[in-house]
Write a protein that binds this ligand. Structure first.
Ligand SMILES: O=c1ccn([C@@H]2O[C@H](COP(=O)(O)O)[C@@H](O)[C@H]2O)c(=O)[nH]1
Length: 262
């Protein structure tokens, strides 16, 4: 079960830090650019430097969606597993049945995935039914437009994101469902924690987006499981030859900061 494994990892390394692996090609250090797979070369060094602080890695699929990118992603996932760190693929997928079933094969490599619940249960069922894998459903996202649709009130006064949370709880037949809730929305984090006490959250938005790290930890965890993600704030903490050391230090600092609130 994904969340049991995640709890074990969190306990072992005393960290809820999720390191986002978003190797923006425009920001890779110059000395890695001639590598056959520069994103993989970058990620390998980041993993070497951060794994002892990483409860999980979260590669965002957007940074790998080209022929060399997928090779870099597969190498990255295997390398993270070699360090005993689970991988959440931030893919935000869902679709009609046969397409969703195909998307769900992404879970053959990754340990968990982010999925978009807005097409309804059937569109995420192929992920949910992988009982051994985790599924984080987008609920209240961290971006400024996260309220445009998600905060709309339904008949009865419930918001769309609250309804998503309730549905996610109902769909959690295999104890493998979590929610994506942004650290930029601390009040919503608190309210959602009360609404769905059993669902672990994946909380992006600390670091580069300036979200609330304390709220992320206080409300993100369910029975010890949950993740607080930082991507650019860790992987691009430094530049040039020393980029990996800077990433390791940034991950360690974030771990300590988050642990003050656990
Ligand atoms: O609501 C959401 C959902 C996903 N993300 C993703 O998380 C990381 C955040 O990167 P930072 O560099 O730490 O800002 C990135 O992959 C986003 O696509 C999110 O930010 N908010």
């Amino acid at each position: 079960m994904f969340f049991d494994r995640l709890r074990e990892r969190i306990d072992t390394i005393d960290s809820v830090v999720c390191v986002g692996l978003d190797p923006d090609p425009g920001r890779l250090p110059d000395h890695l650019r001639d590598h056959e797979l520069p994103r993989w070369a970058f990620n390998r060094r980041i993993i070497d430097a951060t794994h002892e602080h990483a409860a999980a890695y979260k590669p965002n699929a957007a940074f790998y969606e080209d022929s060399k990118g997928w090779r870099a992603l597969i190498e990255t996932i295997a390398y993270a597993h070699g360090k005993d760190v689970p991988v959440v693929l931030d893919a935000k997928r869902a679709d009609i049945g046969n397409t969703a079933r195909q998307y769900a094969t992404l879970l053959d490599d990754a340990d968990a995935i982010t999925a978009n619940p807005y097409m309804g249960r059937d569109s995420v069922e192929p992920f949910l039914s992988r009982a051994d894998k985790g599924v984080f459903l987008l609920c209240r996202t961290s971006n400024t437009g996260g309220t445009d649709l998600q905060a709309l009130e339904l008949a009865g006064g419930e918001t769309v994101y609250e309804r998503v949370a309730t549905l996610a709880d109902e769909w959690n037949e295999h104890d493998n469902v979590g929610l994506v809730v942004g650290a930029t929305a601390p009040e919503e984090l608190e309210a959602l924690r009360s609404r769905v006490p059993a669902l672990p959250f994946l909380v992006p938005g600390v670091g580069a987006q300036g979200g609330d790290a304390q709220a992320a930890v206080e409300f993100g965890l369910a029975d010890g499981a949950g993740l607080v993600n930082s991507s650019r704030g860790i992987i691009f903490a430094g530049e040039g030859e020393a980029f990996a050391d800077a990433a390791g230090n940034a991950a360690k600092r974030l771990k300590r900061r988050l642990n003050q609130h656990r």
